[in-house]
Design a binder for this molecule. Structure first.
Ligand code: GAP
Length: 437
C-alpha cells in the first residue's frame, strides 16, 4: 500500500514544485542550510509572524517591539556568554572527510564512521557556531563583530533605552522577529536546522517574586497559540528540562516539542532566565540596567522569562501537520489542511471556462482589494485547478459558471471536504471574511 503519510521528501518536493521554498543559489547547486522563500512561502511566513504578534498580546502588561541589528560587537557576545559557550562538539572522519556533531549525530568514537565505515577519527573539538566578521579596515579586537545567533541579546542591550522611552512598568515584554545566524556543523532536515533563519522571541521582564507565576502563564499561553493556528495538539508535548541540565541561571525551562516523522523535537523554548542577561551586560558595559520601582522605592534588576521559536521551524511543523493525501475521483489528492489564518492564498476565483472570464475577473479584483492574497486561474480543467489550490492549502474556491450569468450565483468549493454550495456572488466577501477570521 502506498505511504500516504507526510515525509520529509514529500514536503521538500511540494515546497519546490509549488514555489514555497527553493534551495539558496539553486542554479549553483544550492548551499547547505540556506533557503530562499518564494511567493507562497513568503506569504505563509508573514501569516505566521502576524499570528504570533497577536498571540503575545495579554492582560498582564505591555508588549513593545524592537528591530535590532544583525551584527553585534565582540564585547556584547562576550558578556552574553556566546564567545565562550556557544559551541557544539565536532569531529571529522580523516578518511571520507565528513564532519559530524558528536552529540546530535550519535557518534561513538569506538565505532567506525557511519558514512564510510572506516575508523579514522580526529579528536573532538569545540566549534563555535557564531559567524565572525570584521567592521571596517582595522584588524584588531575592537573591529571584531559577529552575526547574531539569537535576537534576544539585542533586546537585552537596548533594555535601558526601551525602558526609559516607553513609560511602562513591570511586567512588560519586548518582542522581536528577525534573522539569526548559526554556523551549524550539520544543517539538516530541511528547514529544521538551518544556518540562516528567523526567530520570534519574547523577553518578558518581571519582578522576581512573581516570576514563576509569569513563567507558568507563558507556558500555558504558548500552547494556546499552537492550538489557535490549527496544530493537532496530539502531536505536541511539553518537555521539562531536568534540574541538573538547566543553565546555572535558569530556574525552569520547558520545550514545546512537535512529533515530526524523525521524532519529537524542540519547536519552541520557554525559559526562566533569572537576571543573568541584564546582570552580565551591566558588568561588561558598566551601565546599570536596574530599574527603579516607585512602589517599593528600590532599584531592582528585572527577571526575564523568554519564549523563542524559529519561523521556519514552525513553517515546517505546519506543513507536516497540514499534509494529507486522500483519493478523489480515483486519483490521489494532496491537500494542505492549513488553518485559513496561515494559508498563503485565502481564496481562488475560477471561471469554469475561459469564455466567462469577465465576471470572474470582476470578482477577483473586488476580493483582492479587501483580502490581497487571492488567486485567479483560468487555464486547465476545473479538476486540475482545484487540485492545485488543494496542494497549496487554499481554503476555498469560488467558481463562476453559466448559471452565474443567469442568476448571479457562484459555487463555493471547500478544500478539506471538496463539498460545494451555491451562494450569491454579492455574498462572496462576507463568506470569505467569516472563514478566515
Ligand atoms: N534565545 C534563546 C534561543 O535562541 P534556542 O533554543 O537556541 O534558544 C530558539 O533557539 C528556537 O529557535 C528553537 O526552538 C528553534 O525553533 C529555533 N532555532 C534554533 N536554531 C535553529 C536552526 N539552526 N534552524 C532553524 N531554527 C532554529
Amino acid at each position: 500500500m502506498a505511504n500516504t503519510q507526510a515525509t520529509l521528501e514529500k514536503i521538500v518536493s511540494l515546497c519546490k514544485r509549488r514555489g514555497f521554498v527553493f534551495p539558496a543559489a539553486d542554479i549553483y547547486g544550492g548551499i547547505n542550510g540556506l533557503y530562499d522563500f518564494g511567493h507562497l512561502g513568503y506569504l505563509m511566513k508573514e501569516n505566521i509572524k502576524n499570528s504570533w504578534k497577536k498571540s503575545i498580546q495579554n492582560d498582564l502588561g505591555d508588549i513593545f517591539f524592537l528591530d535590532g541589528t544583525l551584527i553585534g560587537p565582540h564585547a556584547m557576545w562576550e558578556a552574553s556568554g556566546h564567545i565562550s559557550n556557544f559551541h557544539d562538539p565536532m569531529i571529522d572522519c580523516m578518511n571520507c572527510k565528513k564532519r559530524f556533531r558528536t552529540d546530535d549525530d550519535n557518534i561513538n568514537t569506538e565505532k567506525s564512521c557511519p558514512s564510510c565505515g572506516i575508523k579514522a577519527w580526529t579528536n573532538i573539538r569545540d566549534f563555535n557556531l557564531m559567524f565572525q566578521t570584521q567592521l571596517g579596515a582595522v584588524a584588531d579586537e575592537s573591529a571584531q563583530a559577529y552575526l547574531r545567533p539569537e535576537t534576544a541579546q539585542t533586546i537585552f542591550v537596548q533594555f535601558k533605552n526601551i525602558w526609559s522611552t516607553s513609560r511602562t512598568k513591570l511586567p512588560f515584554g519586548v518582542a522581536q522577529i528577525g534573522k539569526a545566524f548559526r554556523n551549524e556543523i550539520t544543517p539538516k532536515q530541511f528547514l529544521f536546522r538551518m544556518r540562516e533563519f528567523e526567530q520570534m522571541e519574547l523577553e518578558w521582564f518581571c519582578k522576581d517574586e512573581t516570576s514563576m507565576d509569569m513563567f507558568n502563564f507563558w507556558v500555558q499561553k504558548r500552547q494556546e497559540f499552537y492550538k489557535s493556528i490549527g496544530i493537532n495538539m496530539n502531536h505536541i508535548r511539553m518537555y521539562q528540562h531536568p534540574k541538573e541540565k538547566l543553565s546555572h541561571y535558569s530556574k525552569c525551562t520547558f520545550d514545546v516539542e512537535y512529533e515530526f516523522p524523525f521524532g519529537f523535537k524542540e519547536l519552541e523554548g520557554i525559559a526562566h532566565r533569572g537576571t543573568f542577561d541584564l546582570t552580565q551586560h551591566t558588568k561588561f558595559s558598566g551601565k546599570d540596567l536596574a530599574v527603579f520601582d516607585q512602589e517599593t522605592a528600590k532599584s531592582e534588576t528585572p527577571v526575564v522569562v523568554e519564549s523563542s521559536v524559529g519561523v521556519e521551524r514552525l513553517f515546517l511543523t505546519l506543513l507536516f501537520d497540514a499534509y494529507h493525501e486522500d483519493v478523489m475521483d480515483n486519483e490521489t489528492r494532496i491537500v494542505l489542511k492549513l488553518h485559513p489564518k496561515i494559508a498563503p492564498i485565502k481564496a481562488a476565483v475560477l471561471p469554469l471556462v475561459k469564455k466567462i472570464s469577465a465576471p470572474a475577473e470582476d470578482l477577483y479584483k473586488e476580493l483582492k482589494k479587501q483580502f490581497i492574497n487571492i488567486d485567479f486561474d483560468e487555464s486547465g480543467s476545473i479538476g486540475k485547478r482545484y487540485r492545485r489550490q488543494d496542494e497549496i492549502g487554499t481554503p476555498i474556491c469560488f467558481t463562476i459558471d453559466f448559471q452565474t450569468i443567469e442568476d448571479q450565483t457562484i459555487t463555493v468549493r471547500i478544500r478539506d471536504t471538496a463539498a460545494q454550495e451555491r451562494i450569491k456572488i454579492s455574498q462572496a466577501a462576507t463568506y470569505l471574511s467569516k472563514i478566515i477570521s
